[in-house]
Design a protein around this ligand. Structure first.
Ligand code: UD1
Ligand code: CA
Length: 454
């Protein structure tokens, strides 16, 4: 049984923000959400979030059945923070302490720590830092056993030379914490109740301290300012990029790849530089993305090519389509196999049938377009009268000439041809040609105006 306490009461002054620190994002998810997701990955069904500054906002953001928020109105130290959660610990639980501003600890790292906990052992996560200034130092005895943690401000010069530091993350039996936490004192350089003092108490009670270390130092880095946030963002993106490359995705430059959601990719997917993914994105086998594309909540079918600078949101794209450059697919777009959408084309809530082409400068909204249709350059579906939206239907094998306005509601049957420059306001039956434009007049001997002498 695992109870997890997440400390998230601090102010985060150095973010210089109106948003509570733990709600700032890394990889499109708030810091505290990362921690909660890791806690869940460990199989915990009781997550206690200690909140203080911005408590209402934090509580509203994380609300869920397995999360209880515990108020810490005054921030009197990390020991005092965990003490607030004490009444919620289940007696025989193992308790793991995490921090709302340390987002990237891998569940595998934490699992080692939790597994080591028993009635005579507690777990502590430490890391070696070349510049340990400011951190609590790990003091070991002559046998190399951890004896105590000494905060930087309370440490002697000799202790300050220790480079093994406390990450803050630890695990112990609830019963032990129930004994130790109420007896913490704040008689130290900062006048705080230090959680770290429980290490010496554990040793006094005959426990041994099992030490684990993370695979990478970034796993235990906290965020206090925008620079640290940016640094962890890059690290997080690099980890995601590496995972995709391991799965066989080609990233032309993994340093210029960003995913703020979840990206799944099939075999032989190629992603050029500066592509950004949000929400849930699925790229099937052989999809190619040219540079600078933005994809959010969409599925892209096998063999489709998305050319540079395209924006795709809430769309379903089938196989072997060609999109862009500079195309915009808005929510509700469905492209059937082999459809082509070219430059400066916007599509919204519309199905484009198999093999159909909308290649240049068009707006297609609230529409059903059949198979093998050619929509000429500059075609606009006039779907909106200022109040209501109307549907345009276009049958198979239709040819729409350039610069046509299709005033919805309107229906074009199969094999229809529309002359260029038409304004179509009435339905067109199968196989008809419709031309809706002013007739051309040619005037012979026309004299252009000339400038009069002053
Ligand atoms: C703490 C550790 C130190 C460790 C360092 C790692 C103690 C006494 N020291 O120091 O050994 O090297 O973290 O970063 O534990 N918090 C609360 N309520 C409080 C106090 C803190 O919720 O009353 C939260 C803060 O929001 C923060 C975290 O606990 O997320 C750590 O607090 P902080 O004051 O930053 O601890 P440090 O002094 O850095
Ligand atoms: Ca800190």
């Amino acid at each position: 049984m695992l109870d997890i306490v997440v400390l998230a009461a601090g102010k985060g002054t150095r973010m210089r923000s109106d948003l509570p620190k733990v709600l700032h994002p890394v990889g499109g998810r708030s810091l505290v959400q990362h921690v909660i997701d890791s806690a869940r990955a460990l199989g915990s069904d009781r997550i206690l979030l200690v909140v203080g500054h911005g408590a209402d906002q934090v509580e509203a953001q994380v609300a869920a059945d397995d999360i209880r928020c515990v108020a810490q109105t005054e921030q009197l130290g990390t020991g005092h923070a965990v003490l607030q959660a004490l009444p919620h610990f289940r007696d025989d639980a193992t308790v793991l302490v995490l921090y709302g501003d340390v987002p990237l600890t891998r569940p595998e790292t934490l699992q080692q720590l939790v597994e080591a906990v028993s009635d005579d052992t507690m777990g502590l996560l430490t890391v070696d830092l070349p510049k340990p200034d400011g951190y609590g130092r790990i003091v070991r005895d002559s046998d190399g056993q951890v004896e105590a943690i000494v905060e930087h401000k309370d440490a002697t010069d000799e202790q300050r030379r220790i480079t093994e530091i406390n990450t803050g993350i630890l695990a112990a039996k609830a019963g032990h914490l129930q004994k130790w936490l109420p007896s913490l004192s704040n008689d130290n350089a900062q006048g705080e109740y230090y959680l770290t003092d429980i290490i010496a108490m554990a040793r006094r009670d005959g426990l041994s301290i099992h030490v684990a270390q993370p695979a990478a130092p970034q796993e235990v880095e906290g965020i206090n300012n925008r620079q640290q946030q940016a640094a962890l963002e890059r690290y997080y993106q690099r980890c995601q990029a590496d995972a995709l490359m391991v799965e066989g995705v080609t990233l032309l430059d993994p340093a210029r790849f960003d995913c703020r959601g979840r990206l799944t990719a099939g075999r032989d997917v190629v992603i050029d530089v500066n592509c950004l993914f949000e929400g849930e994105v699925m790229l099937e086998d052989g999809v190619t993305l040219e540079p600078n594309c933005y994809l959010k909540d969409c599925v892209i079918g096998a063999g489709t090519v998305i050319k540079a600078n395209s924006v795709i949101e809430g769309a379903q794209v089938a196989s072997r389509c060609a999109i862009g450059p500079f195309a915009r697919l808005r929510p509700g777009t469905q492209l059937a196999d082999g459809a082509r959408v070219g430059n400066f084309v916007e599509i919204k809530k519309a199905c484009i049938g198999e093999g159909s082409k909308v290649n240049h400068l068009s707006y297609i909204g609230d529409s059903k377009v059949g198979k093998q249709v050619n929509v000429g350059a500059g075609t606009i579906t006039c779907n909106y009268d200022g109040v209501n939206k109307f549907v345009t239907e276009i049958g198979d094998n239709v040819f729409v000439g350039s610069n046509t306005a299709l005033v919805a509601p309107v229906k074009l049957g199969q094999n229809v041809t529309v002359g260029a420059g038409s304004v179509i306001t009435r339905d067109i039956a199968d196989d008809e040609l419709a031309v809706g434009r002013g007739r051309q007049r040619n005037i012979q001997g026309w004299q252009r105006p000339v400038k009069k002498a002053p």
